[in-house]
Design a protein around this ligand. Structure first.
Ligand code: SAM
Length: 380
């Protein structure tokens, strides 16, 4: 290993980690990060969290977290105004210590707010800074490879604040790899997991998702209770390509996480009115490695008895099902059935909370992709 990279390995114990999650679920994600690493991250809004951590944390957060989308090693956080300032900020980052000469790289940029330039322009300027810096420090021209890069540099310009880092994740972690059946209105598994935490579901308790669709909430419940790491995604993490991380040690940490898995009997049920979606849910559960752990059944959520401890639902919003009147009628029928049940906590997610006929005990504002929605928490 080149000397600079060895020096960097020592630094791998003092990394600044920039993590993303679905907007609105930052506090829930912070609790999970603290459970995994022993340290509380700082929630910095807009679905972002910051943590001072180690290489081991990078592995644990990618492999074992259920609420995070991405883990980036933060290199720079600085105010910039023009594209030229983007370039000179990026030029100050020691890329020669992060990328080996034979590795290719790509810059992926995003923008939040109003700017006089585009995200591809930001990516191009930062890419040029990486090349210029490397040539200046090492006399070598790095290769750009946008399709299969060795190292991915992530940049986000939020207003004037430029965040720059090395991606350790790759494809967002909400893509678990088990979704063989794609529901027309699926919930991200990271959001599904957050709902389970907001309900404070204990793994010994009975749980039902009466509008389960392709089974995301139920599958995430079992993965959590069985302490399943993100095994279908493990080999795709970009962290394995980072030469300055102690990769062998991280492989052992991953094996320890796998050894910690525990299969156990659970009381998790999923209901949907559509046999087609339920068939899809069973396929997804099989792909997730939890076949048979959830009882999926066809039924109308308005006719169930709700004797489980916890009820979690991602309600139909009406975007695809038609008029608000129809949605309100469905919500009214469901609320009647729920109100006569004997559950402890019900957590309902909807983009149409104004159509729901009961006042929740707590309400959380979230954004699902770009769709504003609310999580309603009811306690009996
Ligand atoms: C927003 S989707 C749930 C998606 C699910 N969370 C997932 O990730 O696949 C709502 C689901 O409610 C189901 N549904 C609609 N009316 C229902 C009813 N009366 N009883 C039970 N399920 C119903 C739909 O078939 C749909 O699958």
């Amino acid at each position: 290993m080149p000397r600079v990279l060895e020096a960097k390995a020592a630094m791998a114990e003092r990394l600044e980690l920039f993590m993303t999650t679905e907007r609105g679920f930052e506090a829930v994600a912070a609790d999970e990060v603290e459970e995994l690493t022993g340290r509380k991250p700082e929630a910095v809004g807009e679905g972002r969290l910051l943590l001072k951590g180690s290489a081991k944390d990078v592995l644990l957060l990618n492999y074992c977290s259920n609420t995070l989308h991405r883990v980036v090693l933060l290199l720079l956080r600085e105010e910039v105004e023009t594209l030229e300032e983007v370039y000179s900020s990026a030029l100050s980052v020691p890329f020669e210590e992060l990328i080996a000469p034979e590795q290719s790289f790509a810059v992926r940029a995003e923008r939040i707010g109003e700017h006089e330039f585009t995200s591809p322009e930001i990516a191009a300027r930062i890419g040029q800074a990486v090349i210029d810096r490397y040539r200046r420090e090492r006399g070598h021209r790095l290769r750009v490879n946008l399709k299969e890069p060795g190292v991915v540099i992530r940049a986000e310009l939020s207003g004037r604040l430029l965040w720059l880092g090395v991606d350790t994740t790759g494809r967002s972690l909400h893509r678990r790899g088990y979704r063989a059946y794609l529901h027309p209105a699926p919930l991200k598994p990271t959001a599904a997991h957050a709902l389970l935490r907001l309900a404070e579901w204990r793994h010994s308790e009975a749980l039902i998702d009466p509008f389960c669709g392709s089974g995301t909430v139920c599958i995430e419940a079992v993965r959590w209770a069985w302490r399943m790491p993100n095994m279908l995604r493990k080999s795709s993490f970009l962290l394995w390509r980072l030469r300055f991380l102690p990769v062998e040690q991280l492989s052992r940490v991953a094996e320890e996480a796998e050894a910690g898995m525990r299969r156990r009997e659970l009381k998790v049920r999923g209901c949907d009115i559509s046999p087609k979606h339920l068939q899809g849910a069973r396929v997804n559960a099989r792909c997730a490695g939890i076949a048979g752990a959830v009882e999926f059944f066809t039924g109308d959520a308005r006719e169930l008895r709700y004797s489980e401890d916890v009820v979690i639902a991602n309600l139909p919003y009406g975007l695809r099902m038609g008029s608000p009147r129809k949605v309100a009628k469905l919500y009214a029928g469901f609320e009647r059935a729920l109100a006569s049940g004997s559950w402890r906590t019900a957590v309902l997610l909807t983009a149409r909370p104004e159509l729901y006929p009961a006042e929740p005990d707590e309400m959380l504002r979230v954004t699902l992709g770009t769709l504003p929605a609310k999580v309603m928490v009811f306690r009996n």
